[in-house]
Design a protein around this ligand. Structure first.
Ligand code: PLP
Length: 403
């Protein structure tokens, strides 16, 4: 028999299997290039992207402003050392604080690191102002990252025993239950940390009255209120920051994902009165590195100039309305979320199969759990893209075995 030559993609997949540490089940494709709402694999197949790199590629794939900012900065200064200020760091810090209602910012590279910073700041606040209080209250079903401390902060049931022993000092309470939170507060509590819409936990928003109650509780006991806006921030929910929907200011905000438009970047912001770290308390080799700062500055300028939070609101509404109409014809329910952080339920056990069928048909969607699909497209998405996505989704239900 004549031996068929292996395709370039098959060879790449074989090498991947040999050399990339297994941490996730990935489909047998290799992504190669992206532009706007689309990403192409090494076989030249095009996908319409409603995963957005997991709520990261806010300006779409490889946007011109990011290309330009990165290449300009790369030819000027890539890295300066965290021991010195650099110009892009100062410019981005000024812009980010001016739009966020916060005074000071610490930069890092991932959402987990930004949250670690927030927890360190809360414990510093506890040490300095609250007689050594060091406990933090977070929510059940929350997600705050994968470092050991953030796995302890996270309220995922499946993570309770994983990588024990856990980092101590975290209590988990149910979402939107003020009494439960009140009951968990002791003289050891220094902060409450919440996502305003739980992204990984199924796209569930906190109620306005609940958030107001948390604010009051923190004011009453001098605890910090921390909003983890790693997923909800930077325009994702139809406002630049999700806290604007509620009109309630936190003491600390953390940002990640969309802030770098795909370049690894995150931030922890706070008020001047919590500017409490002393030299040696907090830092990191890549904090405020010029290349990341240039990326963040370019992404934020573009978000503001193009009013992409406004587009997230308009298109999010259109997508929600269209899904509601479609729910008369296909078995989707509980359509929820804010702006372009949306989810809906499908018959239990079908989400992964549905996502796989869509992938075959050139659409990327995220099966968040066996019964939930999450949609987090780039904030540049248009009505035409949404219509195309919906027609692929509709077709996919026709092919679903389990329904
Ligand atoms: N916080 C929230 C709300 C998130 O959704 C995530 C990631 O999904 C993180 C923190 C962790 O971010 P990273 O994966 O960049 O560390």
């Amino acid at each position: 028999m004549i031996q068929m030559e292996k395709s370039a993609t098959a060879a790449l997949l074989e090498t991947a299997e040999k050399s990339v540490l297994f941490t996730a089940r990935r489909p047998s494709i290799v992504m190669e290039r992206g532009e706007g709402m689309h990403i192409w694999d090494t076989d030249g197949k095009r996908y319409l992207d409603f995963v957005g790199g997991w709520a990261v590629t806010s300006l779409g794939h490889s946007p011109a402003v990011l290309q330009e900012a990165l290449s300009r900065q790369a030819s000027t200064l890539v890295h300066a050392s965290p021991g010195y200020y650099n110009k892009p760091m100062i410019e981005f810090a000024e812009l980010l604080t001016s739009v966020s209602g916060m005074d000071k910012v610490f930069f890092a590279s991932s959402g987990a690191e930004a949250n670690e910073s927030a927890i360190k700041l809360a414990r510093k606040h506890g040490a300095v102002n609250l007689n050594g209080a060091n406990e933090i209250i977070t929510l059940k079903n929350s997600f705050h990252g994968r470092s050991l401390a953030m796995m302890s902060a996270t309220g995922k049931e499946q993570w309770k025993e994983l990588f024990a022993p856990k980092v101590e000092g975290f209590k988990h309470v149910p979402i939107n239950d003020l009494d439960a939170c009140f009951a968990a507060v002791t003289n050891q509590t220094c902060a409450i940390m919440v996502e305003l819409v739980q992204g990984e936990g199924g796209v569930h928003a906190v109620d306005e009255a609940y958030l107001y109650g948390l604010r009051k509780m923190c004011d009453m006991y001098g605890m910090l209120l921390i909003f983890d806006e790693v997923q909800t921030g930077m325009g994702r929910t139809g406002k630049l920051f999700a806290y604007e929907h509620y009109g309630i200011m936190p003491d600390v905000i953390t940002l990640g994902k969309g802030i770098g438009g795909g370049f690894p970047l995150s931030a922890m912001l706070t008020k001047s009165k919590y500017d409490l770290f002393e030299p040696g308390d907090q830092g990191g080799t890549y904090t405020g590195a010029p290349l990341a700062m240039a990326a963040g500055y370019a992404v934020l300028r573009e978000l503001l100039e193009q009013n992409l939070a406004g587009n997230a609101k308009t298109q999010g509404q259109y997508l929600t309305d269209s899904l509601r109409k479609l729910s008369c014809e296909i078995p989707i329910s509980n359509i929820r979320g804010k702006g372009l952080l949306l989810a809906f339920d499908v018959p239990d056990g079908t989400a992964a199969e549905l996502a796989a069928i869509c992938l075959q048909d050139g659409l990327l969607i995220n099966a968040l759990n066996p019964s939930t699909i999450r949609l987090v497209p780039p904030l540049i998405v248009s009505q035409k893209d949404i219509d195309q996505m919906l027609s692929i989704l509709f077709r996919a239900f026709g092919q679903l075995q389990a329904v």
